[in-house]
Each structure stands twice: as structure tokens, then as C-alpha cells.
Design a protein around this ligand. Structure first.
Ligand SMILES: Nc1ncnc2c1ncn2[C@@H]1O[C@H](COP(=O)(O)OP(=O)(O)OP(=O)(O)O)[C@@H](O)[C@H]1O
Length: 278
């Protein structure tokens, strides 16, 4: 049984089908990537999984139970934690106090004692932002704020982490450390489901990747298989390797401005470069 099962989910907004019979899973102890071009339906899937969006059809199962009618806070209590593309920390509080509040909330729910300094420090150190502890959350760099979001999620000791573009704003070295942290979190048995535009990171850390396009899962598999999947190349670049050689210069001109000479088109694709993600 998978930790998370998204089963034949459809989401319609009026005439727009944002998610179109999508089915995919995320396993405990694994890092799962959910990728796709802009507007493919990734955030809508996250909203359905976390309970912010009711699916028009289909089911979400988490930890063995269908959670379609489980409200957001109860999903959180059961072990689901989410970061957002838009940053959610309390701007006027320090980084330390933001983590303190998150620990308070989770421990309050569990009926346990107030967090001590050591608990807060441990979380700050874990995500690598201890040096910012006394800064106001609205004054720290975006990448650091994303790590603060992660620390706040970890305060609840979640079984499943839903991370929406977690590396945006991180430089290359920070992204590498972040990848190591994700691997450690998975090694502890947590499931990680990540929407991420940095394909280098996705390919380096994900155990499995699901690719969405126009709300449908067009491919699922290991990073190596996803890289070379013609459907995926087509979704990202507008054509696959095979078709590229057959295209006229005129047609090429209409394609996104990406480096098509590289060996791995998906990695170098329109949503794929580190620079594009920052
Ligand atoms: N509340 C809404 N009302 C109407 N249409 C919506 C709504 N939310 C999303 N959509 C549409 O649903 C589709 C999927 O959007 P979604 O934000 O889930 O895609 P995404 O893959 O997360 O995109 P991005 O990578 O740009 O964040 C898009 O066509 C979007 O315009």
C-alpha cells in the first residue's frame, strides 16, 4: 500500500479541466517528483491532496484511508505537511519564533509540553538556517524563507511532505545541500512529493517521477526513463528527439528558446534550467 494514492482525480474549474483523470502514488521513504509544463495541473493536484481543493471526481488515499472529506487540519494531524510556492511564514516574527509557533501548534495538538530552545535550534540547524534565527522572516532571502517553511513543516514530524518548488531562490551549493536533506528525510521513512522546476535537482534526487501535461499523467518512472521519454520531451519542448531532425527551420523558430543541442533535452528544457527556476 502506498503512503499516498491519487486515484483517477478530475478537477474542473468551469470549462477548464485542470486535472484530467490523474492517478499516481508517492511512497514512504521515497522522493517522488511531480513535474510538467506551466499550467499542467501540478498545484491543483497539491491542492486536492492537501484538502484545499475538492476533486470533481476521483479519490485521494493517505496512509490507508480515503481523505476526500477530511479537512486540511485533520490531514495535517494525520501526518501530511505542505509548503507553498507563495511563502507563508509570519513576516514580523523572527525565524526562530516562526519555528516556535509551528512547534507550539503541533505539540498543542498532541497535548505535549511547550518546545524548548533545543528543539527549535535542532530544526533550524537541520534545514541549515540557524544563522538567520534572530532575523525577521520578512527580511531573509527567498531561498532561506523556503527552508524556514520546511522547518515549520518538520515541526509536525510529518509522514508525507508536499513541497511546492522548494528550491527556488537557492543557489547551486544550497540546492545541493537541500537535495542531501531531502534524501535524509526520505531515509527516515518519510514520503516526499515535490513539484520542482529545477530538473537537475529532480533528476538527482527523485526515486520516481510523474509527469503531468494538460492535467494528465503522461509518464511515470525512474528519472532515466523520464529523461528519454518522447512524450515528456514533446510536452516540455514541443517535439521529441526523433522529430527534431525532421523539423524545418521555420517550425524550430516557433519553439521555446531552449538549448536543443544538449544530450538530455528534458533537463535543458524550458522549465528545466537552474537559472530559469530562480
Ligand atoms: N481557481 C482556478 N480557476 C480557474 N482555473 C484555474 C484555477 N486554478 C488553476 N486553474 C487552471 O488550471 C490549470 C492548471 O493550473 P495549475 O496551477 O494547477 O498548474 P501548474 O502545473 O501548477 O502550473 P505552474 O507550473 O505554472 O504553477 C491552468 O490552466 C490554470 O489556469
Amino acid at each position: 500500500m502506498s503512503l499516498l494514492e491519487v486515484d483517477d482525480v478530475v478537477v474542473q474549474f468551469g470549462g477548464v479541466t485542470a486535472v484530467n483523470h490523474a492517478s499516481f502514488t508517492a511512497e514512504a521513504g521515497r522522493i517522488t517528483g511531480l513535474i510538467g509544463p506551466n499550467g499542467a495541473g501540478k498545484t491543483t493536484c497539491f491542492n486536492v491532496i492537501s484538502g484545499l481543493q475538492k476533486p470533481t471526481e476521483g479519490k485521494v488515499r493517505f496512509d490507508g484511508k480515503t481523505v476526500n472529506s477530511t479537512p486540511v487540519h485533520r490531514r495535517s494531524k494525520r501526518g501530511m505537511a505542505r509548503t507553498f510556492q507563495r511563502l507563508e511564514a509570519f513576516g514580523s516574527l523572527t525565524v526562530r519564533d516562526n519555528v516556535r509557533v509551528a512547534l507550539d501548534i503541533h505539540r498543542g495538538l498532541a497535548g505535549l509540553v511547550k518546545p524548548g530552545r533545543a528543539d527549535i535550534d535542532a530544526l533550524l540547524e537541520r534545514v541549515g538556517i540557524a544563522g538567520y534565527a534572530q532575523e525577521r522572516a520578512d527580511s531573509i532571502p527567498t531561498g532561506t524563507a523556503r527552508l524556514l517553511e520546511l522547518a515549520r513543516c518538520l515541526a509536525g514530524d510529518p509522514k508525507l511532505l508536499l513541497l511546492d518548488e522548494p528550491s527556488s531562490g537557492l543557489d547551486e551549493t544550497e540546492t545541493d545541500s537541500f537535495g542531501d536533506l531531502l534524501k535524509d528525510l526520505a531515509a527516515e521513512g518519510r514520503g516526499v512529493l515535490m513539484v520542482e522546476h529545477d530538473m537537475d535537482l529532480v533528476m538527482a534526487v527523485c526515486d520516481v517521477i510523474h509527469v503531468l501535461d494538460f492535467g494528465q499523467v503522461i509518464a511515470s518512472g525512474l528519472p532515466t526513463a523520464i529523461r528519454s521519454d518522447p512524450l515528456v520531451q514533446k510536452a516540455y519542448l514541443g517535439y521529441s528527439d526523433v522529430e527534431e531532425s525532421e523539423m524545418s527551420d521555420e517550425t524550430r523558430h516557433d519553439l521555446p528558446a531552449v538549448d536543443v543541442t544538449t544530450e538530455i533535452p528534458v533537463v535543458a528544457g524550458a522549465v528545466g534550467t537552474r537559472e530559469a527556476g530562480r
